[in-house]
Design a protein around this ligand. Sequence first.
Ligand code: SAH
Length: 339
Amino acid sequence: MLDLKDLEFEELADYLKSIGEPGYRAKQIFSWLCRGVSSYDEMTNISAKTREKLQRETYISTLKIREKHVSKLDGTIKYLFELPDGNCIESVIMRYIHGVTVCVSSQAGCRMGCRFCASTIGGLYRGLTAGEILNQVIFAQKDIGERIGNVVLMGIGEPLDNYDNVLTFLHNVNNENGLNIGYRHITLSTCGVAPRIYELAEERLPITLTVSLHAPNDKIRNEIMPVNHIYNIGELLKACRAYYKAAGRRISFEYSLIAGVNDSPECARELAALVRDIHGHVNLIPVNPVEEREYRSGSRREAERFCKILADNGINATIRRTLGADISASCGQLRKKVL
Ligand code: SAH
């Protein structure tokens, strides 16, 4: 059976034509799917005959809310969604002045092995389908009853390790007949799968690319991010430059400050020299302690000093505000608990 949300809008239109439906049907059905209906019977402007035809070959996937945690501090919401096969993923709703943002997962688990990250502890179970990624936006929006205006692919998983499904998701979440979220309101975060960064550049989607750098040199990055053994910093930054050139979009770098590992003033100077010619923004994030890991963040003052060194060296940098601190809103922690 086919999940209609795994098809790109154009493929859906082709499929519907192939079963004898008129051209406008795709818009109607896609719009219903993006509103989070769970059965064809809810599609009140579609004839019973057509609904029956659809039911024979296709189904409408849904996500079950298994847990929902609302932060008392800032209204951040963390969902533990259950997939049809019993697997769980996490999505987070964050409220900023410029609107509601959802952080979605791209895989159930992750095989990238970053030492400080909870999502990778049990390894990769499987990549999510395009429909499963889209459903996180659809069902979070349905649950809060407010329009979601921004999407970040920063949940569980490495989006560029599930490239084709993520690309289908990007096209569908942007499609004007459904959620209609502009590419400029979408951010994709990667740990640095360099060949896929070149591929993504070729798509020329005006999304924001964020690269999880976390270290100013290969020695430190090799220690905390195994992916660096395959694509080192030199190769990664080369791919970033190509992306900037092709897509015309500035790149952001994520840098989790880990006490005694990558947070010295010397690291800050080295980092500044490394990213200067890319004109990217550096997001500093005090590392979130994960139970199984020994990493801790330093003091606020040390983070500010690190940030100031970057600024003094001409780098645009900010320390990320923490949201949802009371509900372990950073990803991977809830899923791990229920597994
Ligand atoms: N796989 C993608 C996206 C998922 S993680 C990537 O690596 O970019 C989103 C961000 O959170 C990444 O920058 C990741 O490195 C960071 N992160 C993971 N665990 C963290 C922790 N314990 N503390 C702070 N940041 C963390």
